[in-house]
Design a binder for this molecule. Structure first.
Ligand SMILES: [Ca+2]
Ligand SMILES: [Ca+2]
Length: 193
């Protein structure tokens, strides 16, 4: 067991070497950083991928720093426009389910509206394994299973680079890729590095 550093493990020093035999070796090295838990599964803290092509060409790479994304992503679900009317009487009762890696969160239901305003914030712990957020829209139905209203995929590379993206309209796409309205979302990433 390694002793904890003076800062409670935030800046660990390992200074360990690992030898790999790679006769027909992989093109990249994947490093996963975990937090050891006494009870339950160890928690992922981030990961990085180092391409080995430069190493194969130059035989050696001097020590350098690689960025590990680790922080909190704030998904601000603002509103939607022009959603499908999937109820025989009246309008849809939309809500969304947000998928961020293995984490799933759900908004409240706005009754009888095709232009719902949620103005809700959802916070997710994210690391390098997370590259996008999936938003699924549904119509809440009482007597049967909820109707899907379409999906939105938001790539996160811009918010990771800029730290913040202003409210933007994303197209809601149906099961065949057809547009079914739009959702306004703003993103904010607070790095823990
Ligand atoms: Ca319905
Ligand atoms: Ca409904």
């Amino acid at each position: 067991m390694l002793p904890l550093n003076h800062d409670g493990g935030k800046s660990p020093i390992w200074n360990e070497s690992f030898l790999f035999e790679i006769p027909h070796g992989p093109q990249a090295l994947d490093i996963h950083i975990l937090d050891q838990e006494k009870h339950g599964a160890d928690e992922a803290m981030g990961s990085l991928t180092i391409s080995l092509s430069q190493l194969f060409a130059e035989r050696q790479i001097a020590p350098c720093k690689y960025k590990v994304h680790h922080g909190v992503l704030d998904v601000h679900l603002i509103e939607a426009h022009g959603l499908l009317d999937s109820d025989a009487l009246g309008k849809s009762d939309p809500y969304v389910v947000i998928y961020c890696h293995k984490d799933i969160q759900r908004s409240r239901v706005i009754e009888r509206s095709l232009n719902p305003v949620w103005n809700e914030h959802f916070r997710f712990n994210v690391n390098n394994e997370v590259t996008e957020v999936l938003i699924k829209l549904f119509d809440k139905d009482d007597m049967r299973s909820d109707d899907p209203l379409g999906n939105v995929v938001i790539p996160l590379d811009k918010v990771f680079a800029d730290g913040e993206t202003a409210p933007m309209k994303y197209k809601v796409l149906g099961s065949k890729g057809q547009p079914q309205g739009e959702v306004s979302v703003a993103l904010k990433f607070s790095s823990m590095d």
